[in-house]
Write a protein that binds this ligand. Structure first.
Ligand code: UT7
Length: 332
């Protein structure tokens, strides 16, 4: 049987930075409120002509270069995004594949909001274990600034842009293998976090004259409570199912939505500060890109070593959630 190994990580954050003080000039908020309630100090924002696929390509190039796998060996590309280059089609994955010079590879997007990266990891794992594919590039890329309402202080303080990518490849060595990935969803909470306009579920006239057709709307406080509850259960379950103690995790890399959510889940697992990866302060919430961007920070700091066990955990619109136990298994 083939196993799926997590070979490499890469990420990209656009140059422009939007600080809390910048936002305080746009809506009724303050650096103090945002820092205290979320831990966010700043977020990166794409340039006017910079698309989600451009950012995905930048992250993917790094992941490919670091993987030791030749670009011609990649046989599938999956992109997780809720801010695609185009509404409906073509998928952002096909655009990324084209820009990377990967003609003919299977390419598609999935929509699982902030849980997107864990979902594409589970799909890559399944395709490799089934023997259908050998080298899969997974990309989480978001230009959330394009779907953020900068007059809504409840959401605009949270989101940023960026991308992260990873190469998952087949191995015979079980020691290198991704241990487990859990995913789930519950549509009864759909209205907590959504882009209510612009699809077939919205009244047709909702689009007319609306510049804000695809803006995100969130019931923040309710989402917060469900997030803490769901994320905590999710990580407790995946550790118990695999008989792994939290202390054996080198890097807990949760979705970066809010410092208080991360702290609550980390505390429930008795995680030490040095185990918990925190990048929400400098990137904000980048949805499907947040976990790989955070992982890339650990990699670039030199702290992500071959064999290190990572625990991933995410939660987002849908609602969706997921967790994963992943050893870092670079080829070089
Ligand atoms: O990534 C996908 C999942 N997303 C999440 O997990 C996000 C979850 N939610 C959150 O992170 C938090 O709920 C927020 C950061 C969005 C909000 O924090 P909160 O502590 O839940 O605040 P709240 O919504 O209960 O609002 C408390 C007060 C309200 O004022 P009143 O009614 O008490 O007078 C809000 O109007 O804070 C007010 N408020 C603000 N004040 C200053 C809301 N947003 C702001 C703001 N600046 N930006």
């Amino acid at each position: 049987m083939a196993y799926a190994a997590f070979r490499s990580i890469g990420a990209y954050a656009p140059k422009k930075i939007l600080t809390n003080d910048d936002l305080a000039k746009m809506v009724d908020t303050s650096d103090e409120w945002i820092t205290k309630r979320t831990g966010i100090k700043e977020r990166h924002i794409a340039a006017e002509n910079e698309t989600t696929s451009d950012m995905g390509v930048a992250a993917a190039k790094l992941a490919i270069e670091r993987s030791g796998i030749n670009v011609t060996e990649i046989d599938m590309l999956i992109c997780a995004t809720i801010s695609p280059d185009y509404f409906c089609m073509p998928s952002t994955a096909t655009i990324i594949a084209n820009k990377l010079g990967l003609p003919g590879v299977t390419a598609f997007d999935i929509s699982a909001a902030c849980t997107g990266f864990v979902y594409i990891l589970s799909i890559a794992k399944a395709f490799i274990e089934s023997g259908m594919k050998k080298n899969i590039l997974i990309v989480g890329a978001e230009r959330l600034s394009a779907i953020t309402d900068y007059s809504d202080r409840g959401t605009c303080i949270l989101f940023g842009d960026g991308a992260g990518a990873a190469l998952i490849s087949a191995t015979d060595n079980k020691e290198e293998a991704i241990i487990d990935v859990h995913t789930g969803a519950d549509g009864t909470y759909a209205d907590l976090l959504m882009t209510p306009n612009g699809g077939t579920g919205s009244p047709h006239d909702a689009l007319e004259g609306e510049a804000n057709a695809c803006f995100m709307q969130m019931k923040g406080n309710e989402t917060f409570k469900v997030a803490v509850r769901t994320l905590t259960k999710d990580v407790v379950d995946i550790l118990a199912d695999n008989d792994i103690a939290a202390e054996h995790v080198q890097h807990f890399i949760p979705h970066q939505a809010n410092y208080r959510i991360i702290k609550a889940v980390g505390d429930a697992l008795n995680m030490k500060d040095e185990q918990v990866v925190l990048t929400v302060g400098k990137y904000g919430n980048t949805s499907g890109a947040s976990i790989p961007m955070a992982m890339n920070d650990v990699y670039e700091s030199g702290k992500l070593q071959a064999g290190d066990l990572m625990l991933l955990d995410a939660f987002g619109g849908g609602l969706t959630w997921g967790s994963a136990l992943v050893p870092f298994s670079p080829l070089k």
